[in-house]
Design a protein around this ligand. Sequence first.
Ligand code: PLP
Length: 340
Amino acid sequence: MDMIELRSDTFTCPSPAMRKVMADAEVGDDVYGEDPTVRALESKAAELIGKESALFLPSGTMANLVAFLAQTRPSDTVILSESAHPFHYENANLAMIGGLLVRTIPDPLGKFSAEQVQEQIVSEDDPHLSKTTMVSVENTTNRGGGACWDYHELEAVFRVCQESSMRLHCDGARIFHACIETNIQARYYGRCCDTLSFCLSKGLGAPAGSLLTGSTEVIKKALRFRKMLGGGMRQAGVLAAAGLYALEHHLSDLAEDHRRARECRRALENEGVVFALPSPTNILYIQTANAALKVKQLEEAGVRALAYRDDRIRVVFHRDISDALLSRAIEVFKKILVPA
Ligand SMILES: Cc1ncc(COP(=O)(O)O)c(C=O)c1O
């Protein structure tokens, strides 16, 4: 029996229709700016987010990093949630490559208020102090259980940034999940930040690639940093074609992933399973003792989930999980996780 893969939405595989458009893609050398399919994807991304320009990058990690590099200088301070992906999972690249000092704001959902940002800003013109020049939000929040930002919360944070001459980046790896849940269009989220990146290789089902969107000036700087980091790709139209296909065909399917996540949670809660955080989108955190052992038992029974700390299991729904697989997964979860 096939394994049910719920460790992450990055496990989605390109469908036969997506592979066909990849095979047929018109390509050129994108480092020379001559790949028409990459150009088309970048235009589409800029239009969706309501920004002047966009840049195609190999990964969400690189999109975040070049967003920081293009909008800060070494020795600046940046503010992030304590749960933020660049703080936890990007191997200290902000320190190592950006020369940045990170101040974090604690919050179980991975969000923060304008007031909390205000409290963290170092604005005195004092030679002892590193200047705070950038804030980054995550929407949806990965470690915060897929929490979404409300438009007004984000607008307030952006206002504080503008008043203090700071840039605001949105790590929108899963921005379209947020759009579905909050009913806010991506270009409205785009209005509340200077740069916004999103991933094609997670719930949208493409094999690789992220887009960074922003002003023409920032994206021009980002292009230099992408090259510096070795992120220039040659006939990248093959990947861009998959991204275009995903943006044209897969966006609305994300709502199904949210529905399946809700159904899974409801079924398990009915049996007494406890969840660590709210789960408004596609990410669930199950509270349990001996997470590593439980994950091993789940795998033996045909379901892959992620042990996250000693006391939590992460489960992520995505487009390769059908209703039939959901039902099978629920049965396995009940067998292993329901308290005796
Ligand atoms: C919120 C968030 N940002 C950034 C990334 C990084 O994306 P990538 O794995 O493409 O580098 C991830 C990956 O899971 C993520 O969840």
